[in-house]
Design a protein around this ligand. Sequence first.
Ligand code: DON
Length: 305
Amino acid sequence: MNYQAILEEIREEIKPLFQKGKVADYIPALGRVDPTHFAMSLQLFDGTTFGVGDVDCKFSIQSISKVFTYSMAISLYQKTLHKRLWHEPSGNPFNSLVQLEHEKGIPRNPFINAGAIVITDILRSKYKDQTFSKIINFIKDIGNDENIDYDKEIALSEIKTGFRNMALVNMMKSFKNISNEIKDVMQIYFKQCSISMSSKQLSRAMLYLANHGIDPITKKEFLTSSQAKRLNSLMLTCGHYDASGDFAFRVGLPGKSGVGGGIVAIVPDLMSICVWSPKLNKKGNSLVGTKALELFTTKTGLSIF
Ligand code: DON
């Protein structure tokens, strides 16, 4: 298959959509991104890459970080994680409070904000003051790339304005589902969301999930096959919040989005993909990115179904 030609075709076809959508500005520093950026990167098991657009331009990975922190937690605590959070789609916005109170502080899944904050709390209990460096080193390791850091301006902007996240964590603390000091957990959570990576780096970092938890290039095992199955299933059912059904319907691949406009997806046993376009649809997922992935699976027939 001529992947490069398909990516070029997609780039042409999505052009009219650049008028639509809105950059996330509830985190003020994120709102300053140039909305015209577009990048799409593919990574194959033999190391071959394909790409169009700003593939080396770094952006804020935001909720895509939740894939990596959940990977760390599931490999440490697979048997006990279900006591702290579930594996069900929420059917609600990623930062919703209503369901969380109703369900006594147990988040529906690790990919909504509340669930990701619980995961950060679990990692903080294990790694204490080293937690953030463990997270970023894990991402460097799976990405086989030392050149990954977080954006201090975005982290600070989130710390100053993350009122809703603070409400979520306080609510969970009141239900005894947060063990550490709120301040310590949230500093790590905001920093992990503000990690910057390019679409090329992110597609590379996702390759272990396309290959049952083992990086096919370095041969390092990051998850067991069973853990990778679970994580991919969660991406399919919960990776796009209350638009997870729509993403599965249109794209047909496990994927995870972030409000920075990135989406990662995997084609099992073949490749990992990242697309980036900062303007979001009403559910907080990249508008052009979702369409680009839909075109990709339609043109190539490479969905899991
Ligand atoms: O906590 C937040 O609201 C952001 N740091 C991350 C949200 C996010 O990326 C949800 N994604 N679609």
